[in-house]
Design a protein around this ligand. Sequence first.
Ligand SMILES: Cc1cc2nc3c(=O)[nH]c(=O)nc-3n(C[C@H](O)[C@H](O)[C@H](O)COP(=O)(O)OP(=O)(O)OC[C@H]3O[C@@H](n4cnc5c(N)ncnc54)[C@H](O)[C@@H]3O)c2cc1C
Length: 384
Amino acid sequence: MSERTIDAGIIGGGPAGTMAAIEAARNGLETAIWDRGTFPRDKVCGEFLSPEALPLLRQVIPETMCRSVPIRRAEFCSKRGRIRSISFPEPGAGLSRLVLDHALWEAAQRAGARCHSDEAVLAVGRGAPEGEAAWQITPASRRVTSARRLIVACGRWWKLSGLASPAGLENKRSAGEWLGAKAHFRGIEAMDAVEIYFFPGGYCGLAPVEDGAYNACCLVNRNIARSYGGSALPDFRMWISKIAGHPVLDRRLRKAVQTSPTVTTAPVRPARRSPESSGILIAGDAAGFLDPFTGDGISIALHSGQLAARQLAEAFEGGLPLPPALRYRRQLSRAVRRSYACASLLRHMVRAPAALQDWLAAAIPSFVCSRLMSETRWRDFPMR
Ligand SMILES: Cc1cc2nc3c(=O)[nH]c(=O)nc-3n(C[C@H](O)[C@H](O)[C@H](O)COP(=O)(O)OP(=O)(O)OC[C@H]3O[C@@H](n4cnc5c(N)ncnc54)[C@H](O)[C@@H]3O)c2cc1C
């Protein structure tokens, strides 16, 4: 069965997809969005919102943002002790993905987008060449929707007949190196910092989130993770304690009580990908995944989703010198080029052996570290 043609079809309801839906609907486009999950749903994430994400979020979900916790510093800690504290020029915030993604989904609904949760999109394909619709979207319900334009925001990987997932190809080549895991805790003494604990083979972040809870999220080399039980992790604290053997982290978690099930994701592999394929605009992690320790993935997802929808809205208004996909590719590339270059530099520090990490931390002045971190952030350029 085929419905009438809409202006913008958006696949994936994370920060990138919902932001695109909000922007498209606010610009008067008839918009629909699909997600395979049901909200609220959990997600492996450090749950640190970088300062660059906050103005956008305060605009679209102001009440929810009142629940977020300000985070003013990053504390880095090797197994030998605290090695570096960096104050942010502007505070970031902590908020769980359970709350954040649900609020964004509802905001997309309020903005006027048709929101289909619990409905995976199975296939996308070109509409009939003589018809006005460019794309046919086939979800699990088989109720086909025709859309003039398409934004894909399916995260790091997807299974979508008609659009190859670049992550699938990458992972086959390199068998993805990292496993991500997270759980929430209570009973951790509050700090206004995101804490990063390094150990050989990975790192674990601690960040305060809403309602007095703490999020612990780690990335661990998959071979090491496998030898400690793989991804079946009922007790996060015991698992990370065995893997990391990090005395300072153990002390921080000593009185903590786990309040949410451990969730895991693998493989995790930073990669820059194409933001466009045959005229489809690709946003968020689907267009490239920045190292999680930069804490800017959500911000980049939000901004790229908004940018993609703006390009479509402007194309509908007409009179643009370039097709929207080309304009989007150019704008996105300008906004994140430096992010990837600096993140790959920082990656070497994160993956260095413990002794070298300590030496680098002592040798590199704080202002250089904080400059490098700030260079990973989304950069706004005026539209042209
Ligand atoms: C371990 C780890 C820690 C991180 N920590 C942080 C942090 O502290 N701060 C930060 O800013 N970033 C962090 N990130 C990065 C951040 O999680 C991502 O950048 C962000 O989630 C990207 O948003 P997105 O909308 O592109 O994708 P996602 O949030 O992955 O959303 C994609 C959505 O698409 C849906 N979907 C997929 N396929 C289909 C389909 N076929 N049909 C319908 N729906 C589909 C999925 O259900 C999902 O809801 C971290 C990432 C990891 C792995």
